[in-house]
Write a protein that binds this ligand. Structure first.
Ligand SMILES: *Cc1c(COP(=O)(O)O)cnc(C)c1O
Length: 390
């Protein structure tokens, strides 16, 4: 690729970082090799000390993995990225690379359940504490910050209620306090939202979701400046939850269609959300692309589309929600999201089932709530699938 001008995201997703071997392969090569051979002892020594770039061992890095990292960094407009075995191992590596006993994480309420468990049940054993604030109110972040706050951590849009956090405003608060601002960009992917351009310091991905987009592999990444990615990489190469070359190769294929998939997800989700708003059985629809969403204007500034996740509340509570979920013939009854196949789930009894009733109430997860991750099937078929159960 010529570097003379800035390419568009759709082009970078297909081309960024590509280097060809002596065979001139057109599609990216998959290098299934655990280790790499040096020409001589001096070269091996130079590679181990980092004086000379080059591959040593696939726990450190691998040509297919490093191409995926480079391409993802280009899409987020970042200097560097490091890939991990899953989204959760990206978050663990972020914390291990940047935190020590005594540090505090300030995070948004209503985050991915395993992220909260990692902070509350595991990091707490090593002296790292976490507290949670309303992500939609930048002033709440400023009020809750402590001298020992090292990390600001948020997801936007949130799961499942699609609340929007103002990345630029909260980043400004983090900067004032010298904290690292981290955004989990899983729901939008770089095709819809680029948090680093809004002031965030690091982006987290569960590549398992929209980056693969076809439900095949797990993967994750931490993306940002070289200086902030380096400690995360150092933890990974020591501890080992790195991305496999095979998964990196699958994820490269996923990135190629990210732009057109996200457009299709957004178009379908908006059409479905508009249709749901007109159904008498539906009390309320949560979707950032709807003018009725309380942060619709902020979502329009910050994201180039509403995303693929739509949640809605049924008048009939849990019985109505379960009846709807049991009636679908096309949609998959699974909690996964970000797939070309539409999925439907009842957050109250699945993804958020382990929360206490009080915690569910605080998070706004009610018994009649249904979450749909809208896929790319034909919109008329999706509506008909829901119509039966509504
Ligand atoms: C799924 C998910 C994760 C965790 O990713 P895995 O690849 O399942 O480990 C983290 N954050 C969000 C928002 C997610 O949806």
């Amino acid at each position: 690729m010529s570097e003379e001008f800035e390419y568009h995201l759709d082009t970078l997703a297909v081309r960024a970082g590509q280097e060809r071997s002596q065979f001139g392969e057109h599609s990216e090569a998959l290098y299934l090799s655990s280790s790499f051979v040096a020409d001589n002892a001096a070269q091996a020594a130079a590679r181990f000390t980092g004086v000379e770039p080059g591959f040593i061992y696939s726990r450190f890095t691998n040509p297919t993995v490093s191409l995926f990292q480079e391409r993802l960094a280009a899409l987020e407009g970042a200097e560097a990225a490091v890939a991990t075995a899953s989204g959760m191992s990206a978050i663990l590596a972020l914390c291990m690379g940047h935190l020590k006993a005594g540090d505090h994480i300030l995070a948004s309420q209503g985050m991915f359940g395993a992220t909260m468990q990692l902070f509350n049940n595991w990091l707490s054993r090593f002296g790292v504490t976490a507290s949670y604030v309303d992500a939609t109110n930048p002033a709440a972040w400023a009020d809750a910050v402590k001298p020992e706050t090292k990390l600001f951590y948020l997801e936007t849009p949130s799961n499942p209620l699609t609340e929007i956090a103002d990345i630029a405003a909260i980043s400004a608060v983090a900067k004032r306090h010298g904290a690292i601002m981290v955004v989990d960009n899983c729901f939008c992917s770089p095709a819809l939202q680029q948090p680093l351009k809004l002031g965030a310091d690091l982006v987290i991905h569960s590549a398992t979701k929209y980056i693969d987009g076809q439900g095949r592999v797990l993967g994750g990444a931490v993306v940002g400046s070289k200086a902030l990615v380096e400690p995360v990489y150092q933890f990974l190469r020591t501890a080992g939850p790195t991305l496999s070359a095979f998964n990196a190769w699958v994820l490269l294929k996923g990135l190629e269609t990210l732009g057109i998939r996200m457009k299709a997800h957004c178009d379908n989700a908006l059409a479905l959300a508009q249709w749901l708003e007109q159904q008498p059985a539906v009390a309320k629809v949560y979707y950032p692309g709807l003018p009725s969403h309380p942060q619709h204007e902020l979502a329009k500034r910050q994201q180039s589309g509403g995303g693929g996740v739509v949640s809605f509340e049924l008048h009939g509570g849990q019985p109505a929600a379960w009846k709807l979920i049991d009636s679908v013939r096309l949609m998959s009854r699974t909690a996964n999201l970000g797939d070309v196949k539409t999925t439907i789930t009842h957050p109250y009894t699945t993804t958020h089932g382990r929360l206490t009733p009080e915690a569910k109430a605080t998070a706004g997860i009610r018994e009649g709530l249904v979450r749909i991750s809208v896929g790319i099937e034909h919109i008329d078929d999706l509506k008909r699938d829901l119509q039966l159960g509504l």
